[in-house]
Design a protein around this ligand. Structure first.
Ligand SMILES: [Zn+2]
Length: 452
């Protein structure tokens, strides 16, 4: 199946190499659409980032999109046939009263509408750029009002004998799985951007792999990643992004995969294909890595920051004020100031492990306080003997300094799925694993076969 997909994709790409095409249909259980090359962009097959959209039959929403019939909401459908709707834009500083007077609608109808809205109060908060639709009869009397709070939620007010009745129309977006693949040239975020990923998805990806990859120190040019995630569409337009379903990150030739899994208690996490949680006892980069000075040096292709033996720690250059996180759950055993360390915090994790954070600008924890992994314990600074703002991070095992980047294997094991849950996990990720592998292969084959 995969080979078939790959060869077909390859042939199609050859045929189209150097030219623009927008839609390519392949057989892969269902139809999938490749929408990568557009007419305006120069096609460079070797480097082209080729998003593969998969609007196949994996719509996960239970409800389907429905075309809303404006007249269906009310009982006066027959009478209303003669009447037309018109749109009124919500302006800056607008409220319903101003809109009603602009549209020359009666004040008593305003009150009647507000009475019908008294529970939901949806009309109390109108925002510029929104649109109200109003319907009037031949005498200019209001017979209906529609207010789209969002593309998914619309309130409909219809005149009845007593005044107006309110009904809500809720639409469900269709959910599509989208595949993206990127290769790092300068940075993780640049690669993500080129592949058409939002920063939110890139951050989520970094969060998922944050226990096995130090995104401040580890990424290199040539690293690549694939991600399969959900997008919400309405009327053919993207209106939102959902969760990452599966992802792979290849760092310095080593591959890491993660799959989304909801356990028996309803808790959602990411696990390797073997069922080992991606959430490790320690996260590798104990700070907001997006604010580390340079993810990697483009010319030398290795980090500016590196382990410097004499001081037994890792230095992360980052601007003053960058949040510093506890790398694991633990208890604060020191929070103070010294001439060499500046502001420092020590966190004890169980009996064997201790982490230390030096040269902080500010400390935000007290001695004795329990902290959670990822909790902010202070901010990056240049206090004590520091030449510039950076976090000096130390990791001690049984009182001995270790390089936090290389001790992953000797740390306490992460949660592992067992028995029936492991079996359920394996079968639940099979589809996503196949898709991820097939699309990644297809993408790589396409790159290899691109002659232009
Ligand atoms: Zn240092």
């Amino acid at each position: 199946m995969i080979r078939h997909l790959v060869s077909e994709l390859r042939a199609a790409l050859r045929a189209a190499a150097g030219h623009s095409f927008s839609v390519l249909t392949l057989t892969f259980g269902a139809t999938l659409i490749l929408a990568g090359f557009t007419g305006s962009e120069p096609v460079e097959a070797r480097r082209a980032v080729m998003p593969i959209e998969i609007p196949l039959a994996i719509e996960t929403s239970t409800a389907t999109e429905t075309d809303v019939d404006y007249d269906a909401a009310g009982q006066q459908a027959v009478a209303a046939e003669q009447e037309t709707w018109r749109d009124v834009a919500v302006r800056r500083g607008d409220n319903l009263s101003l809109i009603f007077s602009r549209a020359r609608l009666a004040g008593e109808d305003l009150q009647a509408i507000l009475d019908a809205d008294v529970k939901a109060r949806s009309l109390r908060q109108l925002f510029p750029g929104q649109t109200l639709s109003i319907r009037t009869d031949a005498d200019g009397r209001l017979t209906g009002l529609r207010y789209a709070k969002s593309p998914l939620e619309t309130s409909v007010f219809t005149r009845n004998d007593a005044g107006f009745e309110r009904a809500d129309e809720v639409r469900s977006p269709s959910v599509h799985r989208v595949f993206r693949h990127a290769t790092l040239k300068s940075s993780l975020f640049e690669a993500g951007k080129e592949a058409g990923l939002s920063n939110r998805i890139v951050l989520e990806l970094a969060n998922i792999f944050g226990g096995v990859i130090d995104f401040a120190l580890d990424p290199r040019a040539g690293d690549s990643f694939s991600v399969l995630y959900e997008e919400q569409h309405l009327d053919g337009e993207k209106i939102g992004e959902g969760a990452i379903i599966a992802a792979e990150y290849i760092n310095k030739g080593k591959s890491f995969s993660a799959f989304r899994h909801q356990d028996a208690h309803g808790e959602i996490g990411y696990f390797s294909a073997d069922g080992v949680s991606m959430r490790k006892v320690f996260m590798l980069a104990p700070l907001d890595f997006t604010r580390v000075s340079s993810n990697f040096n483009m010319r030398r292709l290795h980090p500016i920051m590196k382990v410097v033996r004499p001081h037994r720690g890792v230095d992360y250059s980052a601007s003053t004020g960058t949040p510093v996180y506890a790398s694991g759950d633990g208890k604060v055993t020191a929070s103070g100031y010294s001439r060499s360390n500046g502001n420092y915090v020590y966190v004890q994790h169980g009996n064997r492990f201790q982490t230390r954070y030096l040269h902080l600008h500010k400390r935000s924890v007290r001695v004795g306080q329990r902290v959670k992994q990822g909790q902010t314990i202070g901010t990056v600074g240049a206090t004590g003997l520091a030449t510039g703002p950076h976090l000096h991070y130390e990791f001690l095992v049984d009182g001995v300094h270790k390089n936090p980047g290389t001790i992953l294997d000797s740390l306490p094991r992460a949660q592992e799925l067992q028995g029936r849950e492991l079996a359920a996990f394996r079968s639940s990720i099979a589809g996503a694993a196949t898709q991820l592998a097939a699309y990644t292969n297809a993408w790589e084959m396409a790159v290899v076969s691109g002659d232009e």
